[in-house]
Design a protein around this ligand. Structure first.
Ligand code: CA
Length: 235
């Protein structure tokens, strides 16, 4: 018998809850529901969901508060759902440790893809020792060789500088996930770096010129406007 992955949906809007239930049960997930932040807390601790879908606008508290508290003791995957299109909220949620975010209205296939990615990341994080990256990341014609500190495209060394390599390997470590500008800058240039996206943008432009066939229509390195960057999933 298959063990189903358990999804906790935290959402106060009844019609959206029904949508989640229908879609997720049809795709073989075990679905549990919470309509308030208080209910969410108690289900998170008592039922150990494999992934949490968290609406930010709840009647009794801001979803950010739940995210923050859970992150103090657990790395369980949390996907934030927001009707807010403000980029500020997405950035804040990611910086507080959300695995991903999804903006209403969204489609079924997008939702399912986000859930699969979040669960896969969580499983991979359990298997791989923290901070150590070895082996190969391959997607299409791009290869990141973590042992040699090189990136190859179409079998050729892309000729990245050290910082360019660090950015690509950081994105590779969190493949599929959006990394915020702030997060990348702190990881690459250290915590004392003045937050200035310009230097990161320049680096990304150079990386894209070296890796992408058409930098204006990237196949490997994507921009999430106003939020950050994401690398393609590995093959
Ligand atoms: Ca709501």
């Amino acid at each position: 018998m298959d063990i189903k992955d358990r999804v906790l949906v935290v959402e106060d809007d009844k019609s959206i809850r029904n949508f989640f239930r229908t879609v997720l049960e049809a795709n073989n997930y075990d679905v549990i529901m919470a309509g308030t932040g208080t209910e969410a807390y108690s289900l998170i601790t008592s039922r150990c969901p494999d992934v949490v879908i968290l609406d930010l606008g709840l009647p009794d508290m801001d979803g950010m508060k739940i995210l923050k508290n859970v992150r103090e003791w657990s790395g369980m995957p949390i996907i934030v759902v927001s009707a807010r299109t403000y980029e500020k909220d997405k950035v804040e949620a990611l910086d507080l440790g959300a695995d991903d975010y999804i903006t209403k209205p969204f489609g079924t296939s997008e939702l399912l893809a986000r859930i699969r990615t979040a669960i896969r990341h969580a499983r991979a994080a359990c298997l791989a020792p923290e901070g150590i990256q070895t082996g190969i990341f391959r997607s299409g014609e791009m290869v990141i060789d973590y042992d040699k500190h090189r990136v190859y495209i179409d079998g050729r060394d892309a000729g990245l500088t050290q910082n360019e390599y660090k950015i690509v390997s950081l994105l590779g470590k969190y493949a599929g996930k959006v990394l915020t500008y702030d997060f990348i800058i702190k990881e690459i240039w250290g915590p004392n770096m003045r937050t200035d996206n310009r230097i990161l943008r320049v680096n990304m432009a150079n990386i894209r010129r070296k890796i992408e066939k058409n930098p204006a229509q990237p196949e490997y390195l994507f921009t999430e406007v106003g939020v950050g960057y994401r690398i393609v999933d590995p093959d």
